[in-house]
Ligand binder design. Structure first.
Ligand SMILES: Cc1cc2nc3c(=O)[nH]c(=O)nc-3n(C[C@H](O)[C@H](O)[C@H](O)COP(=O)(O)OP(=O)(O)OC[C@H]3O[C@@H](n4cnc5c(N)ncnc54)[C@H](O)[C@@H]3O)c2cc1C
Length: 484
């Protein structure tokens, strides 16, 4: 619990409407997009400018009070989950687009600006911001940087880290860091990359300069159906091996196709096990060449049906099913649990087969809808939280999928971050010396561990306890650590 004296100090820094303390005002902030994890915050502050952000951080630093930053709260790993005795610092009111420079092809924006709002503002100049999380209508650019978010277009255009140039960020001590530059390289350690994906644990971001791209002359999408998920998985690698880098290469399995079709009537074939959507973009001639190659590769990979969108309307219809797939799957069961792991593309057939076997072992259905080109899986595990034990079963199953990703040379997060959700799997992904270096980096920015404590990077004793329970392939993780 925060003391009344501390709350009074907060109120002196901010206008009355920027400090929320009543239970009914705090309830909307109890979780992010992963609503299985909830905790009502002690206090929520909504600063309206950078000076207020700095003042809040300085006060919390002086009083040794923890701070959890929050953007739009769409995160799926409980990264912005409130912590007892901490301040929840919501950046949503810092929502100004400060400048668009069409010559430099950049936009400078405050952290609360929505991802899609950047492209909407840049459209007047024929430009757009490429990383496009499916949540782009709501998620904030500050959250995107903190999670290193991705989306359909990241296969060709890169993740957030590849599409930003500069940040303004504040340490917990209230010091300003100006990171990156207007040029492609800057001197010294690459703090821009370090800050990207740091999940609110190193500093609070108050301004982002993003790169903008010219809108492509033409975009065209091919839809391909397969009678076998493994064949569709292999086709993904074959397309890229043929020299085409699609603007998007997405896959859906039978359950996801049927759910999406019932929901939005995209016209998908229903008598197949997997669908691939492959979009190419660029200048006219390049798109025509790539479409030809993609169709040839899909035929050679065993596609049972191939359709090319011949109009913009048809292209959007093909995508409508994919874009609505998450809410569509949400209609199949009372709850679903969305995992996010990444694997080398070549492992897609093996991993999809193992997920299907595990689905039978756990007795929980799984729909797969994912960024296949990036090897970024999103298995949606269906369950009913009202059935005792099912949430736990879904979480255990999800954890096993992530461990499988690590086993085949992949990673436990593709774009959603670690947060609290995947903190145990960090013990499977990293060795003790690596985790020690992570803690050293954290200490360089935040020696008192006040920014988003307990998230993303596990304490070594947590790994020791987790390792004692998770012997995998005869190997005890972190054997060098004492067991408790
Ligand atoms: C339906 C749906 C679809 C999604 N699809 C995708 C997808 O395709 N790709 C993808 O990558 N993600 C996706 N997400 C996840 C989520 O939208 C992203 O992680 C997004 O970047 C989170 O942004 P946010 O503003 O909501 O951040 P929040 O959830 O508020 O916070 C996320 C993390 O960032 C930190 N943070 C937020 N703002 C700041 C700041 N200004 N300074 C420092 N730290 C900060 C928080 O502490 C927390 O750790 C999806 C989510 C939903 C609900």
């Amino acid at each position: 619990m925060l003391s009344p004296a501390f709350l009074s100090q907060l109120r002196r820094l901010l206008p009355p409407h920027s400090v929320l303390h009543e239970r009914e005002d705090l309830m909307p902030f109890e979780s992010d997009g992963l609503s299985a994890y909830r905790n009502i915050p002690d206090v929520v502050v909504l600063p309206e400018n950078e000076a207020q952000v700095a003042a809040i951080l300085q006060l919390c630093h002086a009083e040794k009070i923890a701070v959890v930053a929050r953007g739009a709260g769409t995160g799926l790993a409980a990264g912005a989950l409130p912590i007892d005795g901490a301040v929840l610092l919501v950046l949503a009111k810092l929502n100004q687009i400060k400048a668009i420079d069409p010559l430099a092809r950049t936009a400078t924006v405050q952290p609360g600006v929505r991802n899609l709002a950047i492209s909407e503002a840049a459209a007047a100049h024929g430009l757009y911001y490429a990383p496009d999380p499916s949540s782009q209508i709501a998620c904030s650019i500050g959250g995107n940087v903190a999670e290193n978010s991705g989306g359909v277009h990241c296969l060709k255009y890169g993740l957030t880290v590849h599409n930003i140039l500069k940040l303004r960020a504040w340490t917990i001590a209230g010091e300003l860091l100006e990171i990156g530059s207007d040029t492609l390289d800057s001197a010294g350690y690459d703090l821009l990359a370090l800050m990207t994906g740091s999940e609110g644990m190193l500093a609070v971001i108050t301004e982002v300069t993003v790169k903008l791209l010219p809108r492509p002359q033409r975009a065209q999408v091919v839809l391909a159906a397969f009678d076998d998920v493994a064949k569709a998985g292999a086709a993904v690698g074959n397309i890229i091996a043929a020299g085409v880098i699609p603007a998007g290469l997405e896959m859906m399995d039978r359950l996801a196709i049927q759910a999406a079709e019932a929901f939005v009537h995209a016209g998908y074939p229903l008598d197949c096990e997997a669908l691939l959507l492959c979009e190419v973009d660029g200048v006219n001639e390049e798109v025509s060449d790539d479409i030809f190659t993609v169709r040839e590769v899909l035929t050679a990979s065993g596609a049972t049906e191939i359709r090319t969108a011949e109009s913009e309307e048809q292209r959007l219809k093909f995508w409508a099913g994919r874009k609505a797939a998450f809410p569509a799957v949400g209609r199949l069961a009372p709850d679903y649990y969305c995992m996010d792991g990444t694997i080398p593309r070549a492992q897609l057939p093996h991993v999809l087969r193992r997920i299907s076997e595990m689905s039978a072992e756990y007795g929980l259905a799984v729909a797969n809808v994912f960024h296949a080109g990036d090897g970024n899986l999103h298995p949606l595990i269906l369950f009913d939280a009202n059935t005792p034990g099912e949430l736990h079963k879904a979480e255990t199953f999800g954890g096993k999928i992530l461990e499988l990703c690590v086993e085949v040379g992949g990673t436990i997060t593709g774009e959603h971050g670690v947060g609290l959700e995947k903190i145990n799997q960090m013990c499977a992904q990293f060795s003790t010396p690596e985790l020690v270096r992570f803690h050293a980096v954290k200490a360089a920015f935040d020696p008192d561990t006040l920014l988003n404590p307990g998230k993303a990077v596990p304490e070594l004793h947590r790994c020791a306890e987790w390792g004692a329970m998770h012997i995998s392939g005869g190997q005890l993780p972190h054997p060098e650590l004492p067991r408790f």
